[in-house]
Design a protein around this ligand. Sequence first.
Ligand code: SAH
Length: 455
Amino acid sequence: MIPVEKNKEYYAEIESVSNDGNGVAHIDGFTVFVPMCADGDKLKIKIVKVKDTYAFGRIEEIITPSPYRREPICPHYKRCGGCNLMHIDYGKQLEIKLNSVKNALSRIGGIDGNIVSDIIGMENPYHYRNKMVFPVDIVAGKTEFGFYANRSHDLIPVDKCFISHEISVPVINTVKKYMDLTNTSVYNEKTHKGTVRRLFIRKGFSAGDVTVILCCANECLIDKDLLVSLLKESCAEISSIVLNINKKPDNLVLGKKNILLWGKEHIEDSLCGLRYKISPHSFFQVNPIQTEILYNTAIQMSDLSGTEKLLDIYSGIGTISLTASRFVSEVIGIEVVEQAVLDATENAKLNKANNCRFFAGKAENIVPRLMSEGFCPDVAIIDPPRKGSDENTLRALAYSSVKKIIYISCNPSTLARDIKYLSQNGFAVQKAMAVDMFPHTSHVEAAVSLCRANT
Ligand code: SAH
């Protein structure tokens, strides 16, 4: 018998916050998840969804607030789906994230989660993002940029975002002004009519330059020169203005075609003392301050002596390869996005890292091929996207000459799944560390080092 009913109210005490940011309570032993809670909150809740083994509730009244509750700095916090932990003290957020990595490694990975020694947080956990993507819609008759409400495509207009770089405020206002002056239409996801789909802004923190990319469903943007002159006037840091075309009815952030309206093809940033050119389609870590900490942690874990051959799998624009190149004899980077590989090759030249080579293609094809062609790496650093690595890649590593693997991940569940595979195929976990790359959200980054079990 399920002890809760939809639309009925109950009293609940929050016992913990799960890794996706929901409070966890039990009502007569039945698990109920309640968003926007903190440990120890005493609440009146309404049940909004009931499943076989758990239910979802909504806060109706906070009877006694948790000692970890804080007033969120952002006025959009309640409706915007972005920062689901902003109501919790930052120190407590770090504890929740550290536990989420530990729990995933022990529950899914089958190893002792206490191997994760610590989590490194930010001194100032605001305005840390260098890249923001704002969808656009008509709200109350006006063109608005903002974020989607949690689990929906309802746009919450946002003039200021407390985790993104402050450059987004003048850029959003200027693009809105341009669209109003020229009567430029907004793309409608249902009818597939209209032009502007979203606004992408990326700032290089060190050099200070900014790229503004207006993603549109067609090339018929009215008076492009006006857009360029308004943007240049509004913000001197803008160094590149791009029109991106995505004609397909998908949810991809950017389409394949870029038309440079003004300025440079790349923006620049630096990490760990090296310079990088970054193209619009290339991945670049969103929090450069914490990225340096993450990379230094990974390099320390690698224990490099200067003679090793290193394989950097999922290498993006070559940031890990180039950082590590100073401590090894040779690096090969593997990355699926061709433009990112071109950026990586150019970045190696820019930084005189002559011992780095990059290959474009899927890791699951290239890693086994490199091994079969006789490449004998000593160390592999792997940094896959959220879905994790795959068995072909991991198997190739297990049967290779690699003595040490550093696995960097932004998803504790897939990290734990892959660590389990490696642990069952000749590797033993040595060290693990979490780094908070995404304060106020429930996302967390972790680095785990593994070595051959018999060495
Ligand atoms: N190590 C880089 C990039 C990490 S993000 C950095 O720190 O910046 C993950 C990268 O994996 C992205 O650049 C993405 O394009 C790439 N990628 C995704 N799937 C891939 C695959 N199957 N094979 C190779 N690269 C892939």
